[in-house]
Ligand binder design. Sequence first.
Ligand code: ADP
Length: 398
Amino acid sequence: MDRAIAVINAGSSSLKFSLFASLAERPLVHGKLEELGRAPRLKVQAGDGRVLAESSWPEGQRMSHADGLARVLALMPQWLQGHTLGAVGHRIVHGGVAHHRPVRLDETVLRELDALVPLAPLHQPHNLAPVRALMALQPDLPQVGCFDTAFHHGQPELAQRFALPRRYHDAGVRRYGFHGLSYEYVASRLPALDERAAQGRTVVLHLGNGASMCAMQAGRSVASTMGFTALDGLPMGTRCGSIDAGVLLWLMDEQGMGAREIERLLYQESGLLGVSGLSSDMRALLASDHPAAQEAVALYVYRIGQELGALAATLGGLDAIVFTAGIGENAAAIRERVIAGAGWLGARLDASANAAAAGGDHGAATRLHAADSAVSVWVVPTNEEWMIARHTAALMGL
Ligand code: ADP
């Protein structure tokens, strides 16, 4: 195609972007504007890793998402290598009940997506801000929304239901599941890697700053550890994961905490950071001999083991386990401990393959299981950006 596709993944304090000029997985460029609210930094790299641009702004300087986007757009022509920009695909965390496939973004759709902000308050507004900014800057440029909830849309009704009165389910209080673009990418890679994993019962572990697990039957999501919000399931960098709802009542009644305070506690002060008291970064915790750091890692592995058992039960057995995202792709020590705990399911690791498997940008998928393992084990480096580019190209006919 002579039309390039830009992919934008906007978070609370960062704006990641990529440019794809063909349906090849490697982008023309990819880059990141970080620390928008404090001391912005920009780094742009070519598909082969060469650094194309790097700049930083002084401490205390803030940059809005709209300003950041305008800067990236101003730089973009030099990276397009003769292509014209045909469309922009956005990662949007929540599509709600209505949006379960990629959609062309216009004012009507944006209003529907705005209504979902209360379901994903820390992600959805930041995902939508660049769409509006771009509409104002380049109203004729087609924009496409790709949703993290979409891959889970077809889960059985039971997997989506909370045991609350029906009216809440009907009002949208249900389990949606997230990280869907990552799971969809992994599912798309499985047929070429492992036919049994592609056709059978597979649990994918997306272990990044946010973390979740997805049970797939023949490449389709049947259950996920994340539910109504991206807070549920596993402990994460700073999020607590599943918690007895009674704790929240206690925080309100006995500690006098309000909703915003509780939100901050559960989303930003808990998880690996909260338990270790040191860091949300798995690298720092694995390198530390502090008992609280080791306990945070142990709790992380323990909860993965519990969820793996639950998802294997949901699937009625297990054929494959796949690791992806920052921790899943890079932390051999975590993979080793997870698979040691999954010995009862028949999983056995090839220790040297595990130690050698490294992720990184667009790293290769690697087989990790020993010859006598009843369950195959893989690392498949995720590529959500490429998934978005493919959806955008397909929807826009590029
Ligand atoms: P995000 O969810 O923000 O996209 P990533 O998928 O990049 O996050 O994952 C970030 C996590 O991956 C961090 O906890 C980081 O410590 C961890 N990580 C990255 N590289 C390594 C490594 N070599 N060893 C252990 N953990 C790593």
